[in-house]
Design a protein around this ligand. Sequence first.
Ligand SMILES: CC(C)(COP(=O)(O)OP(=O)(O)OC[C@H]1O[C@@H](n2cnc3c(N)ncnc32)[C@H](O)[C@@H]1OP(=O)(O)O)[C@@H](O)C(=O)NCCC(=O)NCCS
Length: 164
Amino acid sequence: MNLRYRELDNDDFYTWEKMARPLFSEDDFCDADYLVQLGNKLKGWVLLDNNNEWIGCCFIDNKKHLYNEQGIHFLEVCTFPKYRNRGYGKCLMKIMFDNSLSKTKSVCIAPDNIPSKKLFEKYGFTKYCKRKCWEVYLCDKDFYPDKLKNLKMIKIEKSQEIER
Ligand SMILES: CC(C)(COP(=O)(O)OP(=O)(O)OC[C@H]1O[C@@H](n2cnc3c(N)ncnc32)[C@H](O)[C@@H]1OP(=O)(O)O)[C@@H](O)C(=O)NCCC(=O)NCCS
């Protein structure tokens, strides 16, 4: 069965905050108020299991970032602990790549966050500069990882999730 995912709305950002805050350091976490104030510059998605449990979330924004003014920033990606190391990070990367085609992609990663560095390096990001307490990684606007090409997922609406 293909995995399902859907876009997050403002209410979901508070669910995200409750679930994800304990998994991040203070510097690395985007809370609900921060996400809401980004308004239409932000898009976020949740990957769902068969019982509509949240597997993981990802967020991108097109705010003007100094190191990537015209592009798309991969703001947050998180697989919830019981789902880690099962390939779901790849699914979240695909959602973000598919929503930033032909744009330079950036991400800020804490220097000691090895799983994230490995994940982003695997999908074509390279270290570009330092910014505050992070390392900025960039990915070329025309690059699309081969490994993501045949990955199939189904996009649903929130209403379809509730009916299930
Ligand atoms: C980073 C994260 C999203 C990876 O999710 P995941 O579902 O475990 O990832 P996958 O199983 O799809 O693994 C994809 C790749 O990530 C890398 N990776 C994942 N976990 C790793 C670990 N513990 N150590 C080293 N590399 C790791 C590997 O390159 C892996 O590919 P491989 O299995 O072929 O070697 C997850 O660890 C997470 O949510 N971390 C906390 C939140 C966070 O720090 N987010 C990033 C903010 S920039």
